[in-house]
Design a binder for this molecule. Structure first.
Ligand code: ZN
Length: 144
């Protein structure tokens, strides 16, 4: 019985590690690689122009989004971040070099349109919000 339990435990660990690997590949490595080929943002003016173009495409031209390219984020794993500043005002930060491209702007704007940015549920974020934003940033289309 002890052997079976050990085998079951090892199987669960293997399944978990495989799920983490698949998730990291789909929602980490794929968008990161695609970002390398996406339109690079080289100035604040270009960033603001791309934000406005992508806001129009998403139908959120009414929202005030203040974008900025920053040196680093508060958390090491984050390359872009959007935050509610109250009402229809949002900040959108992209890390210099890694994520200052059009795909990252699309990704963050998708969060602004569809996700409650004050919701702190990590499960909902990793299982629903993040995959949806990645798919939108890669395809540019929204499935309603
Ligand atoms: Zn995201």
């Amino acid at each position: 019985m002890k052997e079976e339990l050990r085998a079951l435990k090892n199987s669960c660990i293997n399944i978990g590690l495989n799920l983490v690997a698949i998730y990291s590949l789909l929602f980490g490595a794929v968008p990161f690689t695609a970002g390398l080929f996406s339109e690079k943002i080289r100035s604040q003016t270009q960033l603001e122009q791309i934000v406005n173009e992508e806001k129009d495409k998403l139908g959120i031209a009414n929202k005030v989004v203040t974008p900025k390219i920053v040196e680093r984020m508060p958390s090491w794993y984050s390359a872009g971040r959007c935050k509610s500043e109250g009402g229809d005002n949002y900040s959108l930060n992209l890390v210099k070099g890694i994520s200052n491209n059009r795909l990252a702007v699309r990704h963050e704007l998708y969060h602004i349109k569809y996700h409650n940015l004050k919701d702190k549920s990590w499960a909902k974020y990793f299982l629903c919000c993040e995959p949806a934003a990645v798919i939108y940033s890669l395809t540019g289309s929204v499935s309603d």
